[in-house]
Design a protein around this ligand. Structure first.
Ligand code: NAP
Length: 527
């Protein structure tokens, strides 16, 4: 049953006096559930419980935490079809997508469980003492990653499961040993409550301390601001818009004790189509990209919002076919009237820019909250001189930039903001003679794709989902895959510490059998 209450640790709580409702964009009506916003007291209570829980939770073994993560996955799965229905009624996303995203979410939780059970992730490093060293004896030093403290997680509207309540950030923080406080996304608060219930049941069944997880509702920015400013909070995971992520980053930097904000934000994901590929298969590439631009109503952070090519017959053919193909796609529903409204506004703003030509615009009537896709084109010079054209239009929108030559193409890439992905479409070996383009692109993105589409983010250890600012606030880390755990830890050294008091990861006997750097050599032997 959905109560609309917050979870303050294991307790449902609704002390606030403001309520709101979520929205079904397909039916164009409010959902029935009345959601109560968290009060300032509830924010404080959740933060105090998290700090208390941190004392014991951060000391648990990888095996114990893994049991908790697997139990969360099992409890979410046990919610069955009801959870999928609530997800769809709060997002307009179809059942197939709900099933797929739930699968990804369960997979992430279980992957983190395996990762911490195996244990190598702590990056243990041991330099044993050399008492006879001259002129000074060398001390014994042992280093490993330890949890940062309570983490606040902000979910994104476009991934109600995988980048939300029990999504990647939550799984990473819990795996690291950090209690999590969720600032629930107001568009899918009921989905968030159901998933939170699953997390709490898993915590109780596996004996986790009360406060290891809380879920706070709000329809505005105040609760999120209070959480980021709260002295008990030690890090923030955010997925969403550049505006939101930057505001929270600045807020965290202004605290008396600044804390890291790992914000994964919007991106336009440039796609470079090399001349020979345009000459040989402009039609096929256009058809593929028509699908990628409109996938999920364009509501992906990896949506291809910018396509770059050098003027040629091939590029003209590509542009023509893309225009013909994109209007054949049936417009689909956006997540919420506000997102549909923002799409129309940002699209109109882009289209109103000097020199921008609309290639194709779906013009027929559409149902409420459905997005009309559009592709546009502009000359390289115009693009270079107008920063507005460099910004994300969140939805099924793409801009084809027609560069006068390869030098301009390189200059445009050089001047782009940081991006999550960059794609090169190339025929045969032509990429080998475009190393300057590849280097320029590599310098601006977190992941580079060869002959594919940027949409679709594989969850695996080698994935890098992040990139230079503003794709993320810290390009050294990924938000997807088990390596994202590194955002929520800090390295910590023990000097001359008694062996029996060291954590198992650093003991001479190596009881966990993990791989450690011992005096400069990787080894899982005892010392
Ligand atoms: P959003 O509007 O930024 O909202 C994300 C969360 O941040 C919400 O809970 C929101 O709360 C809160 N928030 C926003 N501004 C805030 C502020 N100034 N102070 C405090 N809290 C604030 O983003 P969204 O609409 O959910 O998601 C769409 C965006 O996310 C797109 O730009 C997309 O590209 C990006 N995205 C990025 C990734 C990635 O991995 N890089 C993945 C998915 C989506 P309220 O709603 O209550 O204001």
């Amino acid at each position: 049953m959905i109560t609309g209450k917050n979870y303050i640790g294991n307790q449902l709580s609704a002390n606030g006096n403001k309520t709101f409702k979520t929205f079904n964009p397909l039916l164009n009506i409010e959902n029935q559930w009345e959601i109560t916003e968290a009060s300032t007291n509830e924010v404080d209570e959740a933060a105090a419980l998290a700090t208390q829980a941190f004392k014991t939770y951060s000391k648990l073994s990888g095996a114990k935490k893994a049991t908790f993560l697997r139990a969360i996955a099992d409890e979410i799965e046990a919610l069955g079809d009801e959870l999928l229905q609530v997800y769809s009624s709060e997002s307009g996303l179809p059942n197939g997508r709900a099933i797929g995203e739930r699968g990804r979410t369960l997979g992430q939780l279980r992957a983190f469980a395996n990762h911490i059970e195996e244990g190598n992730w702590v990056d243990a490093s041991i330099d044993t003492a050399q008492p006879e060293r001259k002129p000074m004896p060398k001390v014994d030093l042992r280093k490993m990653n330890v949890a940062l403290g309570p983490v606040v997680v902000f979910g994104a509207s476009n991934f109600p499961f995988a980048f939300s309540t029990a999504g990647g950030d939550t799984a990473a923080a819990l795996a690291a040993g950090c209690p999590v406080i969720i600032k629930s996304h107001p568009m899918h608060a009921a989905t968030g409550e159901m998933v939170s219930g699953a997390v709490i049941r898993a915590a109780e069944k596996t004996g986790m301390p009360n406060g290891v997880f809380s879920n706070l509702n709000s329809s505005g920015i105040e609760v999120g601001q209070q959480l980021v400013e709260h002295p008990n909070v030690k890090a923030v995971g955010f997925t969403g818009s550049i505006r939101g992520g930057r505001a929270l980053y600045d807020l965290a930097a202004k605290r008396e004790e600044p804390i890291p904000v790992f914000a994964e934000m919007g991106s336009i994901n440039p796609v470079v189509i090399l001349p020979q590929a345009l000459r040989n298969r402009a039609d096929a590439i256009a058809k593929t990209y028509s699908g990628s631009i409109t996938l999920g109503t364009g509501q992906f952070c990896t949506n291809p919002g910018l396509i770059l090519g050098v003027k040629s017959e091939g590029l003209s053919k590509f542009v023509q076919t893309l225009a013909e193909e994109i209007v054949k796609v049936e417009p689909s529903c956006m997540l919420h009237p506000n997102i549909a409204g923002a799409y129309e506004f940002n699209k109109a703003n882009a289209i109103s820019q000097n020199g921008l030509e609309v290639l194709a615009n779906y013009e027929a009537e559409v149902k409420p909250n459905h997005a009309r896709q559009v592709v546009t084109t502009v000359e390289g010079d115009t693009f270079l001189n107008n920063p507005t054209l460099h910004h994300e239009v969140f939805g099924p929108f793409s801009l084809v930039v027609q560069c006068k030559d390869e030098a301009q193409l390189e200059e445009i890439i050089f001047n782009l903001e940081g991006q999550l992905t960059g794609t090169i479409i190339s025929d045969d070996n032509e990429i080998e003679s475009s190393s300057n383009i590849v280097s320029a692109l590599q310098n601006r993105v977190g992941r580079i794709i060869f002959n594919g589409v940027p949409t679709g983010v594989e969850v695996c250890p080698s994935m890098l989902h992040g990139g230079p600012y503003p794709a993320s606030t810290d390009s050294r880390f990924t938000a997807v895959g088990v390596d994202s755990i590194k955002r929520f830890v800090r390295p910590f050294s023990f000097q001359d510490w008694p062996n029996q008091l060291l954590p198992d990861e650093l003991k001479n006997e190596n009881p966990l059998g993990i791989l450690r750097n011992v005096n400069g050599k990787l080894s899982n032997e005892t010392i």
